[in-house]
Structure formats: C-alpha cells, structure tokens
Design a protein around this ligand. Structure first.
Ligand code: SF4
Length: 294
C-alpha cells in the first residue's frame, strides 16, 4: 500500500486492487501534506486515428519525450501522487507506449492506467501491457449504430476488444453523454457481463464542432444516474456534477490536491479543458508550485 498525506487526512492506496482507505479522523499539519496531486493525467500524444466531433485534444502534432515522462513519473511518485493515467489523443500510438507503462510500473509505486478508443489493442499488445497496467479505460459513446456514427468504427469490433481484454486487464468504460447517446444509457447492462468494473459518464463539453450537453439530455442523464442500480461503479465527470447527488470524501481539497493534467506539449494544467498552464522546464515540482499561484 502507498500512503499519502493531504488536507483530507491520511490516504492509503493499493494499486493492485484499487482499494482506497482514507483516515479522515486525522488532520495532518499543512507542512506535511504531499506536494503533488493524487492523480495526474499525461497526454502522450495528440495523434489519433479516429475523428470524433466531441474530441477536445489539440490537433497539432505532438509526442512527449519518453525520458521526460519517466522523470516526471518518478518526481510525482516521490511527492505523493498515487496514480498516473496515460491519454491523448490515442496513447497507444505513442511509439514507446508499452515501455512507458512497464518502466513506470517497475520504477515507481504509482498505479498505471490509460484511456483508449480500444481499436489498436490486439492480443500481442494486451499481453505486453497486462503485467504493468493496473486499469484501462475504454471510450464507448452510444450503443450499436450510435457508436458507429460517432466513432466511425464497427461496434462489433469494439465489442471484440472488450472480450479480448476482459480476462487480461481490469477495465472501465468512459461514456460521453449527449443528445444522441443519452437514450442508450439503458442498454449498458451488458458491459457488466463483459467484465467492465466502472462506468464513467462524461457530459459532452463544447468543442469547435459540438456544444455542451443540452439541458434535456442532462436531465435524462441525471434521472438515469439517480435510479441506477447496476453493479458497475458509477461516476460522473467532475465539471458537470451540479444537480447530482455526489459523494466527495476529499471535499477539503483544492483542485490541485486532487488532479493535474500534462498535455502533449509538456504544459502542466489544472485540467485537460484548461487553456492556461505552466510549461515544465526544470522540474515538475517547480511547475506545480507556479501553477498553484496562476
Ligand atoms: S478517439 Fe479519443 S482522442 Fe481520438 S478523436 Fe475520438 S475522442 Fe479524440
């Protein structure tokens, strides 16, 4: 188990099982708090071979340098981060992707996860990733035809990836909720039978091509969440939780205590949606301190 001291108490985390224990009856002194966020997402590249309209990843070419990524992982590990999530773009298109997962796993105590559209995964890649990755997040927006319209790939092909991964790696599904996908929320029970442990709903965020989720769709989603009785762990993207019953055990945290994002240009930001950030030049810790006062 890894231990993290923060504003909310003492946090114990087991990366193998994902078990979290928060000892919140203890109030650690501020000078003992961990310097780095609990979770950091790193966009390894902007590259992607799909073209979803709701995609907010920048479209210019960018790949992070592997040595920098490993140095940042080591720094985050020493400063109290518990988990590192690789994303993009499509992180599996980074030429060093498998090695990065392996090195972070071996050389740190961080939980390694990644978010993917899934279509690059094959048995060879899964067998090389599974010893080193603690959790995988697959993006699935809509069911059947809706999925195919949004992702431009056969839904059956996506299902075949879930079947391939289910016995090898723990995984969850990220689901963008918009006018088109909200009606398919009722069709997601099958995911549990395919080994999916978590369902993360991401209400659509405005991009160049789409608007924020509209109120009627958001209301339908809220009703669905409130009546959810399924066995998968359910969460909703933090930026759109208003109106939803929330369980936030870390409510005493400021946002940088919980989360930070590094984009594919090496810019440290409060979230992937933020435009502003701090370029990581010397050390990540230095950039974090600068971001806290930005
Ligand atoms: S699969 Fe993900 S990264 Fe690729 S275009 Fe779609 S949303 Fe963007």
């Amino acid at each position: 188990m890894k231990l993290r001291i923060g504003a909310s108490g003492i946090h114990l985390f087991d990366r193998q099982t994902g078990t979290n224990i928060l000892l919140d009856e203890i109030s650690p002194k501020k000078e003992t708090w961990s310097l780095a966020p609990r979770h950091v997402a790193i966009a390894l590249t902007n590259a992607c071979n799909l073209a979803c309209k709701h995609c907010y990843a920048p479209k210019h070419k960018a790949f992070l340098n592997s040595e920098n990524v490993l140095n940042w992982a080591s720094e985050l590990d020493k400063n109290g981060t518990l988990g590192l999530g690789f994303g993009g773009g499509e992180p599996t298109l980074h030429p060093d992707f498998i090695n990065l997962c392996k090195e972070v796993n071996i050389n740190t105590k961080l939980a390694v996860s990644f978010t993917t559209h899934g279509h690059q995964l094959d048995k060879h890649m899964i067998s090389h990733l599974s010893p080193y990755v603690h959790f995988t997040r697959l993006s699935m927006d809509g069911f059947g035809d809706t999925y195919e319209k949004i992702r431009g790939r056969p839904f059956e092909q996506f299902l075949s990836k879930l079947k391939m991964i289910r016995s090898e790696m723990r995984y969850g599904v990220n689901y963008v909720v918009n006018d088109e996908t909200v009606a398919d929320l009722d069709k997601l029970d099958f995911l549990q039978d395919l080994g999916c442990e978590e369902l993360l709903l991401l209400p659509q965020h405005r991009t160049k091509y789409v608007n924020d989720i509209r109120p009627p769709a958001k209301e339908l989603m809220t009703n669905w969440v409130e009546s959810y009785t399924g066995g998968m762990k359910l969460s909703v993207g933090a930026y759109a939780q208003d109106g939803l019953p929330a369980c936030d055990i870390f409510s005493k945290d400021d946002s940088l205590e919980g989360y930070a994002h590094i984009d594919a240009d090496g810019l440290l930001k409060r979230s992937s949606y933020n435009k502003e950030g701090v370029k990581i030049t010397t050390s990540l810790s230095y950039a974090l301190e600068k971001l806290k006062v930005l």
